[in-house]
Design a protein around this ligand. Structure first.
Ligand SMILES: *Cc1c(COP(=O)(O)O)cnc(C)c1O
Length: 457
């Protein structure tokens, strides 16, 4: 077989023309989304009050394995795709491992992450529907940036509720969003009922993703011709992110690469779910027995220590109810530097696959993650996002195991983005001031106490 290049780039023609829908092959489907007032499975019409019509269609689609990518979205993708599949030769050398390591790098666009894959699709559908305004939340800022980029492209107004600590820690991230024309409001704010309520109860809070979601939803419902869009957690977002996995699969097939394991970091589960989608299909249909490993922060241990139950997606308890692994919508994780991984819940497909034993999960601590990020930056040259570094760490651990056992495993991981706006985190790490915070069982119990009691159907 020919040598594998450092970077495998597909051609523009090879950018996939379809997304893949894992739900179509799952033997048991995730349980339906429920209406939070009636507890009944939510209807299409109810979801359409909040989300764009076509996205609701995709959210509820359990039968089509492939969903065609609209021509306009495909053209947008050409601005920043295909993304490279990189053979980590330099990292392999530093680790002195017989393993072959590959990573799919999604950080080559200005948002610095995979988020643009879904933003490009979501704003297109909003435009098609004749909407003029969108609201959203952003934690670490990547989603807000990606959405602002897509809104600029399609000429749609955007309001971004940005988690307050994050807007303070990352003023440049905010400036990027504003450069693309997005309006940024630090959350909790006094511009919404829910924001005012949270501020009254917790005046010093730095905010959370769950709280910013509540504010964005409230504003969407109160604004004409406006809908709420979100950058993770829901099935339609995973669907769009499957472009990552499809490109990876095509590149692997072209070069005869057969991963023994696929690893990704998990916040709401979208980059992980997107990367693994084609591999899950192979696994579910009995064509592969590869290991699939999701990595989360020990400070927000949704899969490894959460409960599998119905919960809200937001602190204000306003979203439809999703059956998922959750720490409770009232759980506010500590100020971890991987802002994009601080979500209390997990996408329902990823949750179900994990529950059924098709995936593994592990939780890792922050300083170890930054150790790995630093080794990676110094060997591969790319300064990784702290979120992505969770996957790097697990991949390195697996490669080190291979060094010990002599096994020549092929390890593939998702490098979801770059960390150029996370220098406060790197500074804290470099100065030795970074701390690890792992919630106690009592901390988690407080989150579980707020879980809604949802009757069986
Ligand atoms: C948002 C983000 C994540 C986490 O979100 P998922 O939906 O779990 O993918 C991970 N990495 C980066 C770089 C992000 O921006």
């Amino acid at each position: 077989m020919a040598d594998i290049p450092y970077k495998i780039y597909l051609s523009e023609d090879e950018i996939p023309r379809r997304w893949v829908n894992m739900k179509a092959v799952m033997h048991e489907k995730p349980e339906p989304i429920r209406n939070p007032s009636t507890f009944q499975p939510i209807t299409r019409e109810e979801l359409e009050q909040l989300f764009c019509k076509e996205l609701v269609e995709q959210e509820l689609n359990e039968s089509d394995l492939y969903i065609e990518i609209p021509e306009e979205v495909h053209n947008f993708y050409k601005m920043f795709r295909p993304s490279p599949l990189v053979r980590a030769y330099c990292l392999e050398k530093i680790l002195d491992t017989p393993a072959q390591i590959y990573y799919k790098f999604e950080g080559t666009n200005t948002s610095g992450s995979h988020k643009l894959n879904s933003a490009a699709a979501q704003v297109y559908y909003a435009k098609e529907q004749g909407l003029t305004h969108l609201t959203t939340e952003t934690g670490a800022g990547q989603w807000g940036t990606a959405l602002a980029m897509a809104c600029a492209y399609y000429n749609i107004d955007l309001t971004v509720y940005m988690v307050k600590v994050s807007s303070q820690q990352k003023p440049y991230r905010r400036a990027v969003i504003e450069t693309y024309g997005g309006k940024v409001i630090p959350s909790p704010s006094d511009e919404t009922d829910v924001g005012r309520r949270i501020l009254k109860e917790f005046p010093d809070t730095g905010g959370s993703l769950g709280c910013a979601i509540s504010e964005a939803i409230e504003t969407a419902l109160k604004t004409q011709n406006c809908r709420y869009v979100l950058g993770s957690a829901m099935d339609h977002v995973l669907l769009h992110q499957s472009i990552i996995g499809e490109e990876t699969r095509i590149a692997c097939e072209k070069y005869g690469i057969k991963p023994d394991m696929v690893i990704g970091c998990m916040g709401g589960g979208s980059n992980f779910g997107g990367l693994i989608a084609p591999f899950v299909i192979e696994k579910v249909t009995g064509r592969s027995d590869m290991r699939i490993i999701g990595v989360e922060p020990a400070s927000c241990p949704t899969l490894t220590r959460g409960r599998y139950t119905y919960d809200f997606g937001d602190t204000g308890k306003t979203t439809p109810l999703l059956k998922m692994y959750t720490l409770g919508s009232g759980f506010i994780p500590s100020a971890n530097h991987a802002g994009g991984l601080r979500f209390h819940g997990m996408n329902p497909i990823v949750s179900k696959l994990y529950h059924d034993g098709l995936l593994e999960a592990r939780a890792v601590e922050q300083t170890d993650v930054f150790d790995a990020a630093t080794v990676f930056a110094r060997s591969e040259g790319i300064l990784p996002a702290p979120e992505s570094a969770h996957a790097i760490m697990a991949a390195m651990d697996e490669a080190i195991k291979c060094r010990e056992t002599g096994e020549k495993k092929t390890i593939l991981f998702g490098l979801s983005g770059t960390g150029y706006f996370d220098m406060a985190a790197y500074m804290s790490y470099n100065s030795g001031n970074m701390v690890d915070y792992v919630p106690s069982d009592e901390d988690l119990q407080r989150g579980f106490e707020g879980l809604p009691i949802v009757p069986k159907l």
